[in-house]
Structure formats: structure tokens, C-alpha cells
Design a protein. Structure first.
Length: 301
């Protein structure tokens, strides 16, 4: 007798073993694709990652040394004798001229940031000359026949100046930094021995030649200055300055023509309000400034 049985409900479903085979085939195919992609990537040039762009180091402060040389066109407002009543001088005219002076100096300073700095300097000024002429009208106690004097004075001028200076740097363009500044200090002004040649004038006789010397002397004065210029940044540590400076040196004073018998207060003279228009060349060297980083090399494809 033939018995027919109904197939189980899962008989029509895909055979489980076939499903596993299909999964394995998919995995193998994915592996082949990944292997091919890896082989292609191995044939490509490596990706170059550029280093970060370097930034030039900025020196915002620190100590520095400086040295300066220059020349100054010197002038004076006026000159005059002291104690004219002793002479019996009732009037007269005065003329004068001064020559240029040369100077050199050094100092130490500190830059507080990228725009503010200050320094202390000392300089020696030499080579200046004073020329003075007077035509004086004589009165009592001079003898009645003496009507006047003429004097021609020549003396050397020099100064030792110490200053405290402040500067404002106005920014840097193409390694050039303009600046302005001001300073105050003390000028120790020295006037050398004065050569005095001239004439004594009479009312009824030819003039008589006179000659003599007036001793040198020195004095200290308040000094002040205004400055402007430019600085070239040769490196992060070295800067060259070219600048203009107006300096007020105060006054110069001579000794007396006869210090033994007359005392130091007789017939000395003063050169007042001496000023100078200076052209100055300077060098600054900064301590511990960070070297400027070189620009990195970047590959381009």
C-alpha cells in the first residue's frame, strides 16, 4: 500500500546550506574588491602634508647697547660780559659766531615692548669754536682820554653730556622703523682759554693794540633734546639708526683775565642759550633677541 506524506512546511524554503554558501561568496567578493583597491592605492604617490607656516619671531623687549657718532651745527643766542660797571662800560655792540662740533657716545637701553624703549647715554662733544667781537663805549672810572675798547675773542668749546631718553617706534615697514623721542639730562660745558686781541681807543690819539688771555672755566647746565629718525633692522639683534636731534646745552662761561689779582668774578663772559642741530648715526645691539625663523619649504604638486 502506497502512503503519501505531506512535506514539512520548511521544505519549500531555500536550503540552509545554500544560504551559507551565498554569504561566503559575498565575503570573498568584498575581500577581492578591497584587495584591488589596496593594490591601486599602493601604486599612488604618498600624500605630502606641508609643515605649518613659520612665523617670524618678533623682538618685543630686552636690553640693548648703543653707540653713536655725529656732527652738530652749534649756535648761541647771545654773549655778554659780567660786571661791566667795574669797567665803566656805558654801552656797546656784541657780535659772535660758533662752529660745528663733532660728537661720539655710548649708552645702554631697554625695549619695553615693540613700540616703547628708553636708554641712558653719555657723549663727548668736541671741536666747537667761539668767536666774539665787541665795540665798547668807556666811561668813568676810565681816564677821560679813553673813549672805548675793541676786543676779538677766540675760544674752544666742548661738552660732556649725559641724557635719559625715551622713544616711540612708529611701526616697521620693509625692515625700516621710524621713531620719535625726547631726552633730558646734564651738560657739563667747558670753555677753553680765550685769546683776546683788540684795541684801546682814545679821543685824541691813535688806538693802542691790546692782547691778553681769559682763563677757561666750566659749568653744569640742564640739557634737553628732541629726536626723530629711522632704524634699519639688519637682523633681530642689530639695528642701524640715522636721525636728527635738536639739543639745548645751556650756557658756557669763561674765567677771568687776571684770576690772581682780580678774582674769578671780574670781566668773565657768558655764552648763553647754546643749541645744536645734530645729525646722528647709531648702532644698536640687542641681547637675547630671537633669530627670525626661515620661511619653510613647501612642496607643490
Amino acid at each position: 500500500m502506497l502512503v503519501i506524506r505531506q512535506a514539512p512546511s520548511w521544505a519549500g524554503a531555500p536550503y540552509p546550506q545554500g544560504t551559507a554558501m551565498r554569504i561566503l561568496a559575498s565575503i570573498a567578493l568584498a575581500g577581492a574588491v578591497l584587495s584591488a583597491a589596496g593594490a591601486q592605492a599602493a601604486d599612488m604617490a604618498p600624500v605630502y602634508v606641508a609643515p605649518p607656516i613659520g612665523v617670524a619671531a618678533v623682538d618685543n623687549g630686552g636690553w640693548y647697547l648703543r653707540g653713536d657718532i655725529g656732527v652738530g651745527a652749534t649756535s648761541a643766542r647771545r654773549w655778554q660780559y659780567n660786571n661791566n660797571p667795574f669797567w665803566g662800560i656805558t654801552g656797546g655792540t656784541y657780535e659772535h659766531s660758533t662752529s660745528s662740533a663733532f660728537f661720539f657716545g655710548a649708552g645702554i637701553g631697554h625695549a619695553f615692548n615693540s613700540w616703547l624703549r628708553a636708554d641712558i647715554t653719555a657723549e663727548y662733544r668736541v671741536g666747537g669754536k667761539f668767536r666774539g667781537r665787541d665795540d665798547l663805549i668807556a666811561g668813568p672810572p676810565n681816564p677821560p682820554e679813553v673813549v672805548g675798547y675793541q676786543n676779538n675773542l677766540r675760544a674752544n668749546m666742548s661738552s660732556f653730556v649725559t641724557m635719559v631718553n625715551g622713544y616711540i617706534d612708529l611701526g616697521t615697514w620693509s625692515n625700516v622703523t621710524p621713531f620719535v623721542g625726547a631726552g633730558v639730562g646734564v651738560a657739563y660745558n667747558m670753555l677753553g682759554v680765550t685769546q683776546d686781541t683788540g684795541l684801546q681807543l682814545f679821543n685824541n690819539a691813535p688806538p693802542s693794540a691790546t692782547a691778553g688771555t681769559i682763563s677757561g672755566a666750566s659749568r653744569s647746565n640742564f640739557a634737553w633734546a628732541l629726536m626723530a629718525g629711522v632704524a634699519w633692522n639688519i637682523s633681530s639683534q642689530v639695528k642701524i639708526e640715522l636721525g636728527y636731534r635738536y639739543m639745548n646745552l645751556g650756557s658756557f662761561q669763561s674765567g677771568a683775565p687776571c684770576p690772581v689779582t682780580c678774582g674769578t668774578a671780574i670781566r668773565n663772559y657768558e655764552i648763553r642759550q647754546v643749541t645744536s642741530h645734530d645729525v646722528r648715526l647709531g648702532l644698536r645691539y640687542a641681547f637675547g633677541a630671537t633669530p627670525i625663523a626661515a620661511e619653510p619649504i613647501v612642496a607643490r604638486y
